[in-house]
Structures are given as structure tokens and as C-alpha cells.
Design a protein around this ligand. Structure first.
Ligand SMILES: C[S@@+](CC[C@H](N)C(=O)[O-])C[C@H]1O[C@@H](n2cnc3c(N)ncnc32)[C@H](O)[C@@H]1O
Length: 265
């Protein structure tokens, strides 16, 4: 979601794949290139593409009590910014997966983190990990119960799950972004419980401290470079339109970024 606001309704239709391909593969690849050119202090702000702020990630890491003894899965890891943040804060051993090759390669290039290309059928043995998180992913997935049941399968009993889910405050939404399916808070909670988790805590991203100014400035510098390099490319414009719609829904309170912490029963 780390792309600039959409421009007007007169935009041409996407002409290269879907909005999701544009955003999570092509733009992810371009973002990794830009962050590498700008330098290491730009990598994490550029590569947190759905999770937003350090405050939200810290809230989850605290609730999940992640420590250096833990093996932690980042499912739908994107460019690996949240995984790099988690390992930097806690020392945990991180595993990453994402269906998009541009995202997986970016996580390796930016952070040297091990990323496996995979969709919701997770290529990990059962009870392999102590902790998992999935940030800004559930609403991009067709079969949400499948992803949650796979997360339950790969977590050991008692393992901890953190989610950032964009929930619809009062559906139907005034506009429906392509490829997204936003549950309500009640639906998200019941899906999480039905998948074999006990929910413990939740918060909204609006409750979290704002990102530090240098984080925001570096993320903006990456966006400016991307705009200069790719602003005329239809794939950029497709991703920008998608991002703009979601940004507006969040600003209007139609969508709410919601953090959940749970344990595997
Ligand atoms: C909004 S991005 C968030 C990326 C990352 N979690 C972050 O916070 O920076 C959503 C990610 O979910 C991935 N994704 C889409 N469908 C998925 C699935 N079925 N299983 C796992 N990840 C998926 C996308 O490729 C994309 O990288």
C-alpha cells in the first residue's frame, strides 16, 4: 500500500495484469531497487508495505512475547520490512513466505532474509513455528479461513499469532478495491476463533504512536524516486489507484486497521 494517492477517475484501465500483481510484484520489485539505491536506512521504511508503523509492529511483538529463542513465520511478508523489524527488535529467527516473486526476491536483496514463494498452502511442516504474524494480508486472500487454518497448522500448540487486518467498519463499502475482501471486526474474530485460536487482545492502528519523522521522510523519499522513475508506467498507475482508494477508505473511517493477538489452541 506504499504508493502515492490515486489520481482522478479519468485514468485508463489497468493494462498489465491485475491491481494485485501490479502492487505486490512489479511495484515491490521497483521499490527494492529504489531502496537499495537510496541506502540501508531507507530499506525498512520502504519495505513495510501494509503494516505501517513501528508502533503497530511493537504492539504485536510485545503481545506475542517474541524472543530470540523463537522461530517466527511472516506470512505474506512482502518485501520483508516487518520481518527485518521483528528480528532486529527481538533476535527471533524469521521465515518468510509470499506468493509474489518480486516480493520474495526483494526481501532477500534488501535484508538477506530467507523467503519462500508460496500462497496460502504453506510449505512448512505442522507445528514448525512458535510465532507467526501476517500483516495486511488476510483481506487480499480469496479463501481467508484456509489461510488461518494453515497458520494454525504450522504453529505449535500454544504458539502465538499476530494479525493486522483491515476491517470494514459498516459494510457495504462505498467503493470496493479490486482483489480485496474486507471482513467486519466480528467476522474476523469469528474466523480466527473457528481456525483454532483463542483471541487475547486487539487494538486499532489509530491507537498506535505515529511513526518517527525520519521513518516517514525515508518512506516518502522512496516514493518520490519511484514516481520519478515509473510515474508514467500503467502498472504504477494501477497500483497508485488501488492504494489511493484504500487510503481514502481508511481516512474516512470505512476501513479500520485492526491488530489481533491470539494463541493456538
Ligand atoms: C499489503 S501487502 C503486506 C506485505 C507485508 N506483510 C507488509 O506488511 O509489509 C500483502 C501481501 O500479501 C501477499 N499475499 C497475497 N495473497 C497471499 C496468500 N494467499 N498467502 C500469503 N500471502 C499473500 C501479497 O503478495 C503481498 O505481499
Amino acid at each position: 500500500m506504499n504508493v502515492p494517492p490515486a489520481d482522478g477517475p479519468g485514468n485508463p484501465p489497468p493494462d498489465d495484469g491485475t491491481a494485485m500483481d501490479a502492487e505486490f510484484d512489479t511495484v515491490a520489485r521497483w521499490t527494492a531497487d529504489a531502496a537499495l539505491d537510496l541506502g540501508p536506512d531507507h530499506h525498512a521504511p520502504a519495505a513495510c508495505r501494509g503494516s505501517g508503523s513501528p508502533g503497530a509492529m511493537r504492539w504485536l511483538l510485545d503481545r506475542l512475547a517474541v524472543g530470540r529463542q523463537d522461530t517466527m513465520l511472516d506470512c505474506g511478508a512482502g518485501l520483508g520490512g516487518p520481518a527485518a523489524f521483528a528480528t532486529g527488535e527481538t533476535g527471533a529467527r524469521l521465515l518468510l513466505c509470499d506468493p509474489e516473486p518480486g516480493a520474495c526476491q526483494g526481501a532477500v536483496r534488501l535484508f538477506g532474509l530467507p523467503a519462500v514463494q508460496a500462497d496460502s498452502r504453506l510449505p512448512f511442516r505442522s507445528a514448525a513455528v512458535d510465532v507467526a504474524w501476517s500483516l495486511g494480508v488476510l483481506c487480499t486472500v480469496d479463501d481467508q479461513p484456509l489461510l488461518l487454518s494453515e497458520l494454525r497448522r504450522v504453529l505449535r500448540p500454544g504458539g502465538r499469532l499476530g494479525l493486522l487486518v483491515y476491517v470494514a467498519a459498516h459494510p457495504p463499502l462505498p467503493v470496493q478495491p479490486e482483489g480485496n475482501d474486507f471482513p467486519t471486526d466480528a467476522a474476523a474474530r469469528s474466523m480466527i476463533e473457528a481456525a483454532g485460536f483463542t483471541l487475547h487482545d486487539s487494538a486499532t492502528t489509530g491507537d498506535m504512536a505515529a511513526a518517527p519523522p525520519e521513518w516517514t521522510e525515508r518512506a516518502a523519499a522512496v516514493q518520490e524516486l519511484l514516481e520519478r522513475r515509473h510515474g508514467d508506467d500503467p502498472r504504477w498507475r494501477t497500483a497508485a489507484r488501488q492504494s489511493g482508494i484504500i487510503g481514502q477508505l481508511l481516512a474516512d473511517g470505512d476501513l479500520v486497521g485492526t491488530l489481533y493477538s491470539a494463541t493456538a489452541r
